[in-house]
Design a binder for this molecule. Structure first.
Ligand code: ATP
Ligand code: MG
Length: 470
């Protein structure tokens, strides 16, 4: 396949209608970017991008219900049949990359060739220009030899690699992502330019880095391939120094390698369908770099939680994602043995939080697999998982599950609403965690009266003591 060749494709109706509508209005319109690359590879594209000579307002006017939100002239055309929307972008040339983050100014280009020339890599700089839409027939526009590079598995910048990276440092990361995804070598000039310019990645906005990282983590290729490559190119130390610091940190694991190898393996074992969980796997041992001094990684999960939060804040991750990952890092070192009492299981669930259990067991399974640990049938995680699920289903685990409320205490004991009520409820919950049979209004009231009178002062610390049989 080469420039000018005819390429027959099986176009979704919505895409055909967009291309046809633009042509009917006298504009030129072509498929561009990733979808053309995928078609040349014989893969089914995940999304279809169209580029056109028509300006954005004209595109928006032609397709009712389309939205035009960003200043880059991309119009999202709705599929009347409810399918994925098609993005239509007016031919453009970008100029002026003041901060290496986003183009300062977008100039509408006049030609498809110009539009392809601003794209990052030759394999992403091909277009398909329809000749007979009904037949799905069109011509490959490939001015930079992208199809040949796909054939020889070579990732190559369009034009001068230093200049292209200078325009937009995100291309540093994208190069690694595409090379890994399509199992390509980096063309030596492109590779040299990446090494030379790696430091420029520090100026990228967190959002853009996060977006690329999540794409790496949701890919079919094991994320370790991309991250190893980033390390070799000098990008890991710039973008994720906390991860790079794990290199050389020794591990006493059955599987060979250092703490970085272990972290990468953990991410690899987790499902691509849940990239955020993979990210938790990648970050779960960050604390090992800073706690090595004590020789035992004491409390590395606490140091790791702080470091993971720093990384995620830098990436401008959404709050819910930060919470999910930092909780996982904090709790990933839990222990279990088959002689745990049911009360110990309930305290474990309460400490971790029922909503985190599925994630935590998945992370631990991956951590074990990445350490060469085999989970025993008896007294192993499967058993704890079963017992924890039973506790969640059947047992009172939080104040809201008590058979009596703060209002009941106010009414029955004559105590004014305030912190004392909170303390009593907490004490009652402690008692019920030990013995769910106590969760009866009458018995709880009697117990509350004792406690209020300063009777039973027994206090159960709900700390890491739950790791011991209880
Ligand atoms: P994917 O299948 O992962 O979405 P893609 O090739 O569609 O891959 P996108 O990030 O969706 O990648 O970008 C679409 C197209 O826009 C690319 O194929 C490329 O031509 C162009 N492009 C995107 N980002 C850049 C960039 N930073 N610099 C230059 N061109 C870019
Ligand atoms: Mg895309």
């Amino acid at each position: 396949m080469r420039d000018g060749d005819t390429l027959l494709i099986d176009l979704p109706a919505s895409v055909r209608d967009v291309l046809g509508g633009l042509a009917a209005g006298g504009a030129e319109a072509a498929l561009v970017g990733g979808c053309v690359r995928d078609l040349v590879l014989g893969l089914r594209p995940s999304d279809w991008d169209v580029a056109t000579s028509a300006p954005p307002d004209e595109v928006a006017g032609r397709f009712p219900g389309s939205t035009w939100e960003n200043p880059f002239g991309t119009v999202a055309v709705r599929d009347p049949a409810g399918g994925r929307e098609v993005e239509v972008t007016t031919y453009r040339v970008e100029a002026g990359y003041r901060d290496r983050r986003r183009p300062d100014a977008v100039r509408w280009g006049s030609s498809l060739a110009e539009d392809l020339g601003r794209r990052d890599f030759t394999i992403n700089a091909m277009a398909w220009l329809p000749s007979d839409l009904a037949a799905g027939s069109g011509r490959l526009v490939d001015p930079f030899g992208g199809a040949a590079d796909l054939d020889s598995r070579l990732l190559r910048a369009v034009g001068d690699p230093d200049a292209r990276i200078g325009e937009d440092a995100l291309r540093l990361i994208r190069a690694v992502r595409f090379a890994t995804r399509f199992e390509m070598r980096l063309d030596p000039p492109t590779e040299d330019a990446i090494r030379r310019n790696a430091a420029a990645a520090a100026g990228l906005s967190g959002e853009r880095v996060r977006d690329e990282l999540l794409r790496v983590l949701s890919g079919a290729a094991p994320p370790s391939r991309a991250l190893d490559r980033m390390e070799r190119l000098g990008l890991l130390a710039v973008l994720f120094p906390e991860l790079a610091a794990l290199r050389g940190i020794p591990q006493a694991k059955r599987l060979a390698g250092d703490a970085l190898d272990h972290s990468l393996r953990t991410a690899d074992v987790l499902p691509a369908a849940d990239p955020v969980l993979r990210l938790a796997g990648l970050l779960h041992d960050l604390g090992k770099a800073t706690t090595l001094a004590d020789g035992h990684f004491i409390h590395h999960e606490k140091a790791g939680e702080r470091l993971a939060e720093e990384v995620l804040l830098r990436l401008r991750s959404p709050r819910a994602e930060i919470t999910r990952i930092t909780r996982l890092v904090r709790h990933h070192m839990f222990a279990y043995s088959g002689d745990w009492s049911d009360a110990a299981v309930r305290r474990f669930v309460r400490r971790v939080g029922p909503d985190l259990l599925a994630d935590l067991f998945a992370l631990r399974a991956a951590d074990d697999a990445a350490s060469g640990v085999v989970d025993p049938r008896r007294g192993g995680w499967a058993e704890l998982r079963r017992r924890a699920a039973a506790a969640v289903a059947d047992d009172p685990l939080e104040a809201a599950h008590l058979a009596l409320s703060g209002d009941d205490l106010v009414a029955e004991l004559g105590i004014a609403p305030g912190p004392e009520i909170g303390r009593l409820l907490a004490e009652l919950l402690e008692a019920v965690l030990d013995d769910p049979g106590l969760n009866d209004r009458g018995r709880l009231l009697a117990r509350a009266r004792e406690l209020a009178a300063g009777g039973d002062q027994t206090h159960h610390e709900d700390g890491s003591g739950a790791a011991a049989p209880g």
